[in-house]
Design a protein around this ligand. Sequence first.
Ligand code: SF4
Length: 355
Amino acid sequence: MAISESVARAKKIVEEYSGPKVRIMEVCGTHTHEIFRLGIRSILPENIELISGPGCPVCVTPVGYIDEALKLAMDCGAVICTFGDLIRVPGTDMSMADARARGADIRIVYSPLDALDIAEREPEKEIVFLSVGFETTTPGSCIAVRNAGQRGIGNFSILTANKTMYNAYLALKGSADAFIYPGHVSTMTGMQCYRDLAEEGISGAVTGFTASEIITALAMIITRLGEGKPFAENCYQRVVTEDGSKASRRLVAEIMTPCDAEWRGLGVIPGSGMKLREEYAAYDARLKFSLGEIKGKANEACHCGEVLRGECKPYDCPLFGQTCTPEHPVGACMVSSEGACSAFYKYGGDSWKRQ
Ligand code: SF4
């Protein structure tokens, strides 16, 4: 069968679905944006509900982490190197953009290796890289730490908020009937973790980011849900393999070890974070600067937590499109280019219902 025929069949399955209502959570922020951008929501019948989940690394980074970075920049005099999205995420009192306006040395980089190069060029300064993200970005931080050791660069450290998805799925069990698993992360993990999740009663399909891949995954999910047994499907076989990237997992295991981690909106999920191993403690900014425990306080009016748990839509937040916009974000889900609130704002998801 030609690909176009199989996609046409998948589209028909989705458009004509008349079974019981199903709730499908797209975990990855890029899926959320692509589903909007490609107009896929417009072909869904009412009994297929898509929910945005916690797969945007900036969105799930807790307020306390921003406060830690601010303390390093403002009280410890460190140079903070960060990916761009994080700079506008509000901490308890201010964002890093606010701190930069007040004179803190906060720089945007495109890779942890850029931060390492800055450390080598400016040996009189302490350089801290903000290491956030999932299985796809963690190896980059590990390479930077390993290279720092090999190159003898002692004024470099990382502030870890690295996360892994497996335990988050367990924490989200029951939030949706099935997950659209993230394509990029799955290139690292491979399929076995999803087969393990199916053993735990959690269903989903991995897919890519084109319209045909997403529609095929939706058709697969509603068909398999109809069979009544937990499943793990790979609808992204051109990229995702059974084994994933063993080399990247070996690298990460050499430099980091699992730990409990706080997720914005989900609380502390045991074993869902990654921190540096003791052998690499010299590159751990929390230890290097004796940060101690810093508890952040989110804006009480912000509903990011409920959005990330799939309990409400962005337009259910009273601040959405009012005081919270991409130009003036109140919460992380509006800041990030992968955030659900920014997707709903940009693409007018469900026409904001309240308008
Ligand atoms: S609209 Fe803004 S304030 Fe409301 S949940 Fe989203 S990010 Fe938070």
